[in-house]
Design a protein around this ligand. Structure first.
Ligand SMILES: O=c1ccn([C@@H]2O[C@H](COP(=O)(O)OP(=O)(O)O[C@H]3O[C@H](CO)[C@@H](O)[C@H](O)[C@H]3O)[C@@H](O)[C@H]2O)c(=O)[nH]1
Ligand SMILES: O=C(O)[C@H](O)COP(=O)(O)O
Length: 318
């Protein structure tokens, strides 16, 4: 933080951005003060990367981290076996929350993870990361452990885009830059200083995460950010520099449906009615085109603490 931040005259960007996180793991452990930390990886067909992401976190278990759980999203490949071999506890959607029929999507597994973990702080890490930095988790929990006002800490980073033309070192984050940040600046400008609102690497308090609804698909991250803002205000949100983050870049045709869902969730949080109409994609082929429709999901999962049988309060060390 800057001197202005420490003097109490800072903007949110100055006071709530940790741009040079240098805590040691031992320092962070000393600040746990009885709080437990769960790390959750959502995974759908990530057999190529999930093992190395788990392996980057396992050395923290028993010290800073209390449990590492991969929640599988219905994979048909060896994701669950690779995650278990790397040392994670692996849960299916059904085992994470028995008795509730699963919905498809990423938000669904993040929501279910709250029923099968106990940490006072929950850290989400995507499982498609390439060469993940072992300091992601320590950096994400640092602000939460040290700053009582915070409820949510998002990672931010440099984002390469790997394509047929090679690597563009800062070309990644296409949905973030072309859809989400422009909409945020139009509709919730106070969030404009949040560098990676869609980051899949973030940490929140159980108190926050169990008290808000979850969009079941790719709307989950923008939903969490907007709900945190409306319930707790900007002072409850922080962001921390994680360095460089490389992941599997999806083709443009997959990012349209993702964007359609994010727009629907964003509008619902702002009280703007969505038509519910699909995004219609015209996929050009050599001899014509095919048409694909992507419908947004407009219903949310309820706050986990309202689900029968789930009291969902922090229970201290695992
Ligand atoms: O139905 C799904 C889809 C994805 N995932 C997992 O979710 C993570 C991120 O999914 P991905 O399709 O790679 O998303 P990105 O293209 O990386 O999209 C960005 O934007 C999304 C929408 O905000 C966020 O969810 C992502 O974390 C963020 O990186 C990966 O571990 C996936 O295996 C699931 O578990 N279930
Ligand atoms: O966060 C995003 O904007 C999407 O995940 C797309 O990211 P990419 O352009 O780095 O693949």
């Amino acid at each position: 933080m800057t001197i202005a931040a420490m003097a109490g005259s800072a903007t949110w960007l100055e006071s709530n951005t940790w741009d040079r996180p240098e805590w040691t793991i031992d320092e962070l452990i000393a600040h746990k003060e009885g709080r437990s930390i769960s790390v959750v990886l959502p995974a759908l067909d990530e057999e190529r990367t999930v093992g190395s992401v788990v392996a980057s976190i396992m050395p923290l278990v028993g010290g800073l981290v209390d449990e590492v759980v991969v929640v599988d999203s219905g994979s048909s490949d060896a994701t669950m076996a690779r995650a278990a071999a790397a040392g994670a506890r692996v849960e299916s959607r059904e085992s994470a929350l028995p008795g509730v029929t699963p919905l498809p999507g990423k938000g669904e597994v993040l929501w279910r993870s709250l029923a099968t973990t106990v940490g006072d702080i929950v850290v989400y890490i995507d499982s498609d990361l390439v060469d993940p930095d072992p300091m992601y988790v320590p950096r994400l929990v640092g602000p939460l452990l040290l700053t009582p006002e915070l409820q949510l800490v998002k990672g931010y980073y440099r984002r390469p885009l790997v394509g047929s033309g090679g690597v563009d070192p800062t070309g990644g984050g296409r949905v973030t830059e072309l859809v989400v940040r422009p909409l945020v600046s139009a509709l919730r400008p106070e969030l404009s200083a949040l560098i990676q609102p869609l980051a899949g690497e973030y940490a929140g308090t159980r108190e926050l995460l169990t008290s808000i609804p979850f969009a079941p698909g790719y709307g989950v991250e923008i939903g969490i950010v907007l709900d945190t803002l409306s319930r707790y205000g900007m002072d409850a949100i922080g962001q921390v520099d994680l360095g460089t983050r490389t992941h599997r870049n999806r083709p443009l045709r997959d990012l349209g449906p993702m964007s359609r869902q994010i727009v629907a969730t964003l509008m619902s949080r702002l009280g703007i009615e969505d038509s519910g109409s699909p995004l219609i994609q015209f996929l050009m082929e050599d001899d014509g085109h095919s048409v694909r429709r992507a419908y947004p999901v407009l219903d949310d999962r309820p706050p986990m603490r309202t689900v029968p049988g789930r009291t969902m309060v922090g229970v201290g060390a695992v």
